[in-house]
Design a protein around this ligand. Structure first.
Ligand SMILES: Cc1cc2nc3c(=O)[nH]c(=O)nc-3n(C[C@H](O)[C@H](O)[C@H](O)COP(=O)(O)OP(=O)(O)OC[C@H]3O[C@@H](n4cnc5c(N)ncnc54)[C@H](O)[C@@H]3O)c2cc1C
Length: 435
């Protein structure tokens, strides 16, 4: 039927992940009109895992990806698999009640388990390594880490956690830049593109029809929504929109207006010697610091330092990512001064105004679902969102409604002016970070 794109990686943005991808597979382009119980738009973690969850529950599923599977944030991110949803749900107690807050806290822990189980059950080779540290840059961050430690204990978090003072930091990191850390052995790091590609294999084997180069261009809402692509169409009973930061305004202005794309970027160094690795990250953990414009980093399985950071709201990538990020890398690890950089890349994080993941149904169509805006915390949260969406579509008991109750503001300024407005807001927060 459809002409197949070639089985190589050229259409992915160049990155360390693409050069070390294990299961790149050419899916066809949609070139006819077909039907399924559910049509999913977006081939990242959200879309692929929703497909897995739905096919496991007996639904027929078609997934449409505009580019390649894992082409978006899922195939480019820092690979940090971190407990929680990246934000404190207690602020939403008025909307979701104390029970809702508790449910989201527990789901944030469960989300990591979903990822770990999927990797183990389906033997996805994605370099999963447990061990993660939140790093304090300012003395006040240490107070926040102490609070977080007590809160995790109070919530019954079962994984090994401990606080490290500045003097104890050498156990986990060879850097003088930090004041202390919270170690969490229940979080870790992985190769995100290999996770996405492995999960796509799982979805395919379960019967999902995946299409690449098949952007959803138009949605006709109704009792059976119809999704139109350049060369085909999908008729379905339920539609899931999982385009996150890449969804844009054209396909659905309601969702596009609630998620703001923010650029984040990574460097991969040349492979380091074993001695260098031991001197910078002796226990192979992942790290992120506690500033708004944070640094995040860990070692790859072939001993490169993957170092991420920056945050741009202009929609444009920096001209020279290495020039922008190298000073941060060398500030954290002066012992790597002059290290060769082999790769630089970036992608778009989807940010919502209140920083909570947006999981719900369109207000004007209760058979059209969505999940987006995980900020920089989507590796686990997407997997939880997928489960919630599948439970809601299959009318099974779950916590979909807890998320669906949370209200999400539309960014003012429309597609043209909202990014500069947010950039100004973020500058203010970065200024506060200086103290
Ligand atoms: C540089 C970077 C670093 C990050 N680091 C981390 C980290 O270390 N830990 C963490 O937890 N999170 C991190 N994140 C966030 C995390 O990657 C995302 O939250 C997560 O991958 C979102 O997955 P998703 O499937 O919702 O969206 P995406 O992976 O972005 O997938 C959306 C897909 O939808 C497709 N699409 C959009 N519109 C259409 C359409 N009309 N038709 C068909 N397809 C469409 C896109 O092409 C894209 O492939 C990072 C993100 C970035 C960019």
């Amino acid at each position: 039927m459809a002409s197949k794109p070639p089985v190589h990686s050229e259409q992915y943005p160049h990155s360390y992940y693409v050069d070390t991808a294990k299961e790149i597979y050419a899916h066809p382009q949609l070139e006819s009109e077909i039907s399924a119980d559910v049509c999913i738009v977006g081939g990242g973690f959200s879309g692929i895992n929703t497909a897995i969850e739905l096919t496991q529950r007996g639904m027929s599923v078609v997934l449409l990806e505009a580019k390649r599977i894992g082409w978006g944030a899922s195939g480019r991110n820092g690979g940090e698999l971190i407990r929680g949803i990246g934000h404190d749900p207690a602020q939403f107690q008025n909307e979701i009640g104390a029970e809702g807050v508790k449910a989201i806290q527990q789901m944030g822990f469960e989300a990591v388990e979903i990822v770990r189980n999927r990797i183990q059950e389906h033997q996805i080779n994605c370099d999963l390594q447990m061990g993660y540290c939140d790093l304090a840059v300012k003395p006040r961050h240490m107070d926040e880490l102490e609070e977080e430690f007590s809160a995790l204990k109070a919530m019954g978090y079962q994984q090994e956690i401990k606080l490290l003072t500045k003097g104890q930091l050498g156990e986990v990191i060879g850097s003088d830049f930090y004041q202390g850390a919270l170690v969490d052995m229940g979080s870790g790091h992985l190769h995100p593109l290999n996770l996405a590609l492995g999960e796509a294999r799982v979805a395919r084997n379960l019967g999902t029809q995946l299409f690449e180069y098949s952007a959803a261009e138009k949605i006709i809402q109704g009792a059976r929504p119809k999704v139109i692509t350049a060369k085909g169409a999908v008729n379905c009973q339920y539609l899931v929109l999982a385009g996150n930061a890449y969804i844009g305004h054209k396909l659905n202005a309601y969702l596009g207006g609630k998620v703001l794309p923010a650029g984040s970027y990574l460097l991969a160094t040349e492979p380091l010697s074993e001695a260098q690795c031991a001197s910078i990250i002796p226990q192979n953990m992942a790290f992120a610091d506690m500033r708004i414009a944070l640094d995040y980093f860990h070692l790859s399985s072939d001993r490169r330092l993957l170092f991420g950071g920056l945050c741009t709201y202009s929609g444009k990538d920096p001209k020279d990512i290495e020039a922008a990020l190298r000073p941060n890398l060398e500030k954290v690890f002066p012992q790597l001064k002059g290290v060769r950089i082999d790769y630089e890349w970036g992608g778009m994080i989807g940010i919502g105004a209140n920083r909570m993941p947006q999981i719900g149904r369109l207000p004007d169509a209760n058979n059209i679902f969505y999940a987006q805006a995980y900020a920089g915390h989507g590796v686990n949260a997407t997997h939880m969102a997928a489960k919630l969406l599948a439970e809601a579509i299959c009318q099974q008991a779950g916590h979909f409604d807890v998320f669906a109750k949370i209200k999400h503001m539309t960014f003012p300024g429309g597609p043209t002016f909202r990014s500069p407005m947010l950039a100004a807001g973020m500058l203010y927060h970065r200024f506060k970070d200086l103290f």
